[in-house]
Design a protein around this ligand. Structure first.
Ligand SMILES: [Mg+2]
Length: 336
């Protein structure tokens, strides 16, 4: 619909008076509109559906169904409900006007019709209609943009999570990496200081891993590390505990809220879990299978202390376990 060019605009005039109908038809046609006429309500409804006019000018008093009923039916039909309706009436009582607006009319013109007035009203309502349509279009466009943005945001959140996972996990063994270990130990240490309660650390070293690699090759070595990591992980069930690859063939387990006895129990469970894997290790002088040396330490950290002392004690404990013949867990307290 282009209201600068009336030839694009179809007006449906409905009036039971042939004289009045003819007069309005002539005037609007001369003004350049495409004009469709109906002499009663029933044919108005049919023509509204057939010609899809941009606006309807509707007489109220008509034989058969009157203008009000015609309006009600047009508004009840999804095909015609959005077409603006202007009533024409000789009745200017408030009650009549109010009823017309309640039925969904956009305006009233009082008979006898002045040509300039009917033209001005038609143009004014076509303009409003056009603005409404463009608002609706903009609204739709905005909603689509919002949906697209929400989709993009969801994808970004997912990518971020994947990235965070990549940044914090060891790709070979699928447990936490060294960076995550350092970060988490710092946090857990701080919490232990505040709670004045135990934190324990386990260092698990695969015995004679170099010989395993030399014997079976590096790919088998990688598979062995993955299986050992997963065997350790199966034992660690509390959400606050963390299994990490500390380096090479060494895995660390942080156990917050855990004193010595609990930590030693976890160490023995880990050793059993790895033994159950029954990974054959012909070059090991101490066992037919892959075994672990586990260093265990535990402390209630002092204010302003560093978790480095926990790592140092666990390292020393692993060293002692190796010295004592490997395939065992050794506890050493933290030197304060
Ligand atoms: Mg009439």
């Amino acid at each position: 619909m282009n209201i600068e060019n009336f030839a694009d605009v179809t007006v449906l005039i409905v009036d039971d008076s042939p004289v009045s109908l003819e007069e309005i038809f002539q005037f609007l046609s001369n003004a350049g509109f495409k004009v469709v006429m109906a002499a009663d309500g029933e044919s108005a409804i049919a023509k509204a559906q057939d010609t899809n006019p941009d606006i309807i000018v509707l007489d109220i008093i008509m034989p058969g169904i009157d203008g009000f009923e015609t309006c009600r039916r047009l508004k009840a039909n999804p095909l015609t409900q959005d077409i603006p309706i202007i009533f024409m009436t000789a009745l200017s009582q408030t009650s009549v006007v109010v009823k017309g607006f309640q039925l969904g009319a956009v305006d009233f013109i009082i008979k006898p019709i002045h040509q300039e007035i009917i033209l001005a009203r038609i143009i004014s309502h076509l303009t409003i209609q056009k603005l409404q349509h463009s608002l609706q279009e903009q609204n739709l466009k905005l909603q689509r943009e919002i949906q697209q943005r929400q989709k993009a945001e969801a994808a970004l959140v997912k990518a971020n999570m994947q990235l965070k996972n990549l940044a914090t996990s060891d790709s070979l063994t699928q447990v936490a990496n060294r960076r995550r270990f350092d970060e988490y130990l710092e946090q857990a240490w701080g919490i232990s200081i505040r709670e004045a309660w135990f934190i324990s650390l386990l260092m698990c070293d695969v015995d004679f891993f170099k010989r395993y690699n030399d014997n079976w090759g590096h790919q088998a070595g990688d598979r062995c590390l993955y299986q050992v990591a997963q065997a350790i992980k199966r034992v660690i069930k509390r959400p606050a505990d963390l299994v990490a690859r500390y380096g090479g063939e060494e895995f660390a387990v942080i156990l917050p809220h855990t004193p010595e006895e609990g930590a030693m129990m976890v160490a023995q469970l880990i050793r059993s879990s790895v033994r159950e894997l029954a990974l054959i290790h012909p070059e090991s002088p101490i066992s037919d299978y892959v075994t672990l040396s586990v260093g265990v330490t535990s402390t209630v950290p002092l204010r302003d202390s560093s978790p480095d002392i926990l790592v140092a004690a666990a390292d020393l404990a692993v060293y002692q376990a190796k010295e004592l013949g490997r395939d065992r867990a050794v506890f050493l307290p933290v030197k304060k």
